[in-house]
Design a protein around this ligand. Sequence first.
Ligand code: C2E
Ligand code: MG
Ligand code: MG
Ligand code: MG
Length: 277
Amino acid sequence: EAKRQGYNNYHYFAGPMNAQTKKRLTLQHHLRYALEREELFLLYQPQVDIHSRKIAGVEALLRWQHPEFGLISPSEFIPIVEDIGLIVPVGEWVLSSATRQAQRWLAQGLSPVRMAVNLSMRQFNDPLLLQRVHRALLEAQLAPHYLELEITESLAMQDAEKTVTTLRQLKQLGVFLALDDFGTGYSSLSYLSQFPLDVLKIDAAFIGKIQTPNGANLVSAITTLARSLRMDVIAEGVETKAQLNCLQRYACDYVQGFYFYKPMPAHELTVLLQQQC
Ligand code: C2E
Ligand code: MG
Ligand code: MG
Ligand code: MG
């Protein structure tokens, strides 16, 4: 394995720039202007109450529409945004836009939904995170319990001691906290119980396997764990009725996935929220 890696590295440094490296450099360059050119925008994906089938929350998901390259996925450009040191301004823009949208829906008298916002590693480790979140809430005039911040399990466990401290500080602001992509990292159960989390999001990979005996056992174990830690459970990536039926048998509270809704622009979600009033 080490040998193979060495071989690849050799090629990487000695060979001509490969297509992937070239693409990355191009994206880097264009990302620097994406914010000011207003090429970034948010889509919102509903989180549905598994019993009432009502929309109880939404997750804000970032998109980049480049005039030439088209629509670029966050899995592709967020790591680059992190690398070039732009995640803080981009993250501030996301927080500000998402909190304002949440407040707009509240002001329209629609049934209240909580707005979930993803935080990346550098944002979470930013010493000014608390102030930034506080300011976004003030500027949007949004009550803190309408905002939920998501960090991934693997990020949370990187420096679990520090995560406990940061999450406690965030919790004191009154925001909700969710652990994203659960099951893909390596959680220490003792830390998991120290994190003041409100929500645990089961990674889509488990939902994909829920119809196998092993998959079903794992999902059931995760929901039991979440329950004993007094967390709500959201299943991510629910695509079929069969998966939904399985989830209903376990103590899953909310589902997020294409079976109900894909991520959509705010105006489409406004219509849906009006319908469920
Ligand atoms: P995530 O936070 O785990 O978000 C869920 C991802 O699953 C989203 O991908 C969503 O579109 C997708 N998804 C939802 N339901 C289904 C389904 O039924 N089937 C399938 N195949 N996919 C489904 P998306 O929007 O491409 O985002 C990917 C990741 O990028 C997110 O994963 C999150 O980690 C990151 N991300 C997105 N927006 C932001 C942001 O504003 N800030 C930061 N720091 N990260 C973000
Ligand atoms: Mg998320
Ligand atoms: Mg996730
Ligand atoms: Mg994910």
